[in-house]
Design a binder for this molecule. Structure first.
Ligand code: NI
Length: 226
């Protein structure tokens, strides 16, 4: 399942992001790729330890933690602090799969159940740069506007097409979900979305809404990893 989350960042937050990114120190991205992925990677990345990166990471994490669609779709247990990259001058990232386990700065590990890309440049400001995701035997091309985010299963092969002109800024990160199975997580998401729609129509006190909510929580209790 691909989930698009529109307007994660407001226009004023985006302006702050762009100003910070434009004035930041960028490094060649091949340094940060795993051994298998390094030769395929040609982009710039922001130093994770820089003050600029830390400030933007905190904003993204706090927006994610308040976003009902993100919470419903990802059921996040742990979010890897977002990284920032920039593709320009034909920069690209060939087809690859992200590592299953990431080590966080505090030494803990995170299982990558979901991958996310938050677009920070307007789609019309650069050529190419589509995120191509192989999912369910089909290839999906994703190119969103600034402030919009795509969430996709981390077990999909994917690539970023070359960016011949303009600059494609983005943040990317991974989520360890409370529910490891993509199928179970998707069923919970569909149930939750229907319960929310029914609650709007019938109210919280409706008997069937209460029963469906109980079903949702009991399935989550059954499927969530301790
Ligand atoms: Ni990747």
């Amino acid at each position: 399942m691909l989930t698009v989350i529109n307007n994660l960042l407001s226009p004023s937050e985006l302006a702050h992001f762009r100003k910070t990114l434009d004035g930041a120190n960028w490094q060649h991205g091949a340094h940060s790729a795993g051994q298998l992925a390094a030769p395929q990677k040609s982009n710039l990345q922001l130093d994770d330890d820089s003050a600029a990166a830390r400030c933007l990471v905190n904003i993204i994490i706090s927006k994610l933690n308040q976003h009902p669609l993100f919470i419903s779709a990802a059921l996040p247990d742990k979010i890897y602090p977002p990284k920032f990259n920039c593709y320009q001058h034909h920069g690209h990232y060939g087809q690859h799969i992200d590592s299953a386990i990431m080590r966080c700065a505090d030494g803990s590990t995170l299982r990558t159940d979901l991958s996310a890309t938050l677009f920070l440049s307007q789609a019309h400001d650069y050529e190419g740069g589509e995120l191509c995701i192989e999912i369910g035997g089909a290839l999906q091309e994703v190119k969103l506007d600034a402030g919009d985010m795509i969430l996709y299963p981390a077990n999909c092969l994917h690539e970023v097409k070359p960016v011949p002109t303009g600059q494609r800024f983005a943040a990317f990160f991974w989520v360890q979900s409370l529910v490891r199975s993509h199928q179970q997580r998707q069923q919970l998401f569909e149930l939750d979305q229907s319960i929310q729609a029914l609650t709007q129509k019938l109210g919280n006190d409706d008997e069937e809404v209460k029963r469906l909510s109980a079903l949702y929580h009991n399935l989550l209790r059954e499927w969530a990893l301790a």
